[in-house]
Design a binder for this molecule. Structure first.
Ligand SMILES: NC(=O)c1ccc[n+]([C@@H]2O[C@H](COP(=O)([O-])OP(=O)(O)OC[C@H]3O[C@@H](n4cnc5c(N)ncnc54)[C@H](OP(=O)(O)O)[C@@H]3O)[C@@H](O)[C@H]2O)c1
Length: 214
């Protein structure tokens, strides 16, 4: 899900291209790392946020990380002319800040989640007001920026071909998905406890069925 969503955001919604500056909130997350990898593959310069203990890992993948515990990233992005595309899973509170770092000639903010409250110790809340706020920004006809909310589901006509493309890229070694550990179904509680603890961008994989002999 993380890679197929990231694929659609990079190639169809954000239309990221060579030389663009892209800002990714949560570079070290599973979506963030997929976005970072695919944007670098397109030849973009990638900036974004992550905890300091994850900076070495995202730098190694070619990004310029900032912490999210202060707003230095906003000043730094505006100092270099802003971002052509921002990918934001945080929503509502973050939406205005993301717009403020868009490139002066116009950029695109792509939202894909509503994580802000939960990541800051609050409760899960409805995504609709957050999506409405994001999309309402398109009503200002004098503003050169645009916004979109992106999601995937497997009934979309793009889902299967894009998943196949990604698997082919993986098979050819064009992308790598670092794996921290392979767990079995009965280890799910432990996997949940540990999946985002400690540094690194490695994925946790749950094996749900036995390999099928061909
Ligand atoms: N649109 C769709 O189709 C779709 C589908 C599924 C999920 N999603 C959304 O995707 C989002 C990301 O999921 P994920 O699996 O990538 O999560 P994840 O692997 O848990 O990553 C979370 C990221 O958020 C960062 N973070 C933690 N606390 C933060 C804070 N207070 N402020 C800013 N960033 C913070 C983490 O940084 P550190 O670890 O470095 O601290 C990490 O990079 C979720 O919002 C989810 O709702 C969208």
């Amino acid at each position: 899900m993380d890679w197929t969503t990231a694929y659609g955001m990079v190639y169809r919604s954000g239309k990221v291209s060579k030389g663009q500056r892209v800002f990714v909130h949560g570079l070290s997350g599973s979506f963030g790392y997929a976005l970072l990898t695919l944007c670098k593959r397109q030849g973009a310069e990638v900036y974004g946020t992550a905890s300091e203990y994850n900076h070495a890992a995202v730098r190694a993948a070619g990004a310029h990380p900032f912490v999210y515990t202060n707003k230095d990233w906003m000043m730094a992005m505006n100092a270099i002319g802003g971002a052509h595309v921002v990918f934001d899973p945080l929503a509502f509170e973050s939406c205005d800040e993301s717009c403020e770092i868009l490139a002066r000639g116009g950029g695109k903010l792509v939202g894909y989640g509503g994580n802000y409250n939960v990541l800051n110790g609050g409760k899960t809340r409805s995504q609709w007001p957050q999506i409405a706020k994001l999309l309402a920004k398109n009503l200002n006809v004098f503003c050169p920026n645009s916004t979109a909310f992106f999601y995937v589901d497997r009934d979309q006509s793009t889902f299967e071909p894009e998943l196949k493309t990604l698997l082919e890229m993986l098979r050819r070694g064009e992308i790598q998905v670092p794996i921290r550990k392979l767990w079995t179904l009965d280890q799910v509680p432990e996997a949940h406890r540990l999946f985002n603890k400690g540094p690194g961008v490695d994925a946790v994989v749950i094996k749900v069925a036995h390999d099928v002999e061909k």
